[in-house]
Design a protein around this ligand. Sequence first.
Ligand SMILES: NC(=O)c1ccc[n+]([C@@H]2O[C@H](COP(=O)([O-])OP(=O)(O)OC[C@H]3O[C@@H](n4cnc5c(N)ncnc54)[C@H](O)[C@@H]3O)[C@@H](O)[C@H]2O)c1
Length: 438
Amino acid sequence: MDQFKSKVAPADGKLAVLLPGMGAVATTFIAGVEAVKAGLGKPIGSLTQMAHVRLGKRSEKRWAMIKDLVPLASLDDLVFGGWDPIPDDAYIAATKAKVLSPEHLMQLETALSRIKPMPAVFDKNVVKRLEGANVKKGTKRELANQLIQDIRGFMDKNKCPRAVMVWCASTEAYQEAGPEHQSIAAFEKALDADHPNIYPSQLYAYAAIMSGVPYLNGAPNMSCDFPALVELAEKRGVAIGGKDFKTGQTLMKTIIAPGLKARMLGMEGWFSTNILGNRDGEVLDDPANFKTKEVSKLSVLEQILEPDRYPELYSDLQHKVSIHYYKPRGDNKEGWDNIDIVGWMGYPMQIKVNFLCRDSILAAPIVLDLALFGDLAARAGMKGIQEWLSFYFKSPQHAASVYPEHDLFVQKVRLENNLRYLVGEELINYLGSDYTNE
Ligand SMILES: NC(=O)c1ccc[n+]([C@@H]2O[C@H](COP(=O)([O-])OP(=O)(O)OC[C@H]3O[C@@H](n4cnc5c(N)ncnc54)[C@H](O)[C@@H]3O)[C@@H](O)[C@H]2O)c1
């Protein structure tokens, strides 16, 4: 076992956690980490901080906390930085986001107000509903170089030997990969030509990969999930992953749908609607930005239910998703789901889910886990798409030759087995025959 363990470099020194986008999710994440460090809160929802995994045979009764099993950066070693077109420091941004209470935030003011966003690479054509003065100027090539300098400068200034980047910025307008996204050569050429199809998030992803920094995308827009950057990540040995944090309604979908499918219950329809009043909701109120989110949200059921394999159960399924910007609700999203299911002899039944969730409260622990696991992947020499992190994403990035895995429980087994593998522990396949034969 030790022979494997030694292959993962230790988490010595500080880790820069770089966040494009310092809005509700990013500031709730940073504030939460600072609160945990100060003993003001618990990291609920974070596997890296709270989860145990079983090791060996059931009869061995061996368990370990993930953070003891694999060498992860400690919360005390995280140094936060980021970019945002809005110049507010993390304390002001968190106060405006209204996710955490003023009483909570006041106790964290010193730590949060120190974190000021670097000028962002921002394009109003891609996120129409935002204004911001804290932006960089230059051609796409110059902007990419400025981001690379920012990364290096931040790591040097804060004495961080390692960094990881998690995209927490607004959802960009819907885009499909064009010719300029198909190879590194085409992408580099498009950078030099200042091509409008290269969106800001792609420049951040490019800068991260060129700097050897793992890049994880928390929004549904195309950022590192196209051939050119997949190729670049492989070539430069950098871990990447995405996309779209799996939080409220889609989290519920990937919990409920595998259960219904496992029981071979049919489904005629799944109607999902949400009201949301934060800035994310405002950005998503623009049809071009909503389209990006819709594609991400819709992809889930099809893969879980496999209508081609089970046409009698799922071929007529109607899946509808809508999001409404409704200001009074703020970050506290309310989601309604109506699921029309079918049982024995075709008799219909309904399930209603009314989820009064807190979007950023669900997203913050995902940012933490992705940052720590992204850094672990780098130290373990893992490169390219990190499919074992699918657990955290609505629309998991996957190799071109396979379909994405959406079932939360399969994703969890995969994540845990990956961790066991990294430290030379036996992989668990739940066959169980060894116990019955003992
Ligand atoms: N909260 C959730 O549960 C959840 C779930 C899945 C995905 N997401 C995604 O995470 C992202 C962040 O969500 P949020 O609620 O924090 O939104 P937010 O609007 O509060 O924060 C986004 C921030 O990104 C900044 N920004 C926009 N373009 C930028 C750029 N090019 N560079 C740097 N900063 C930029 C904005 O100024 C804003 O401060 C969104 O894309 C959202 O769709 C959130």
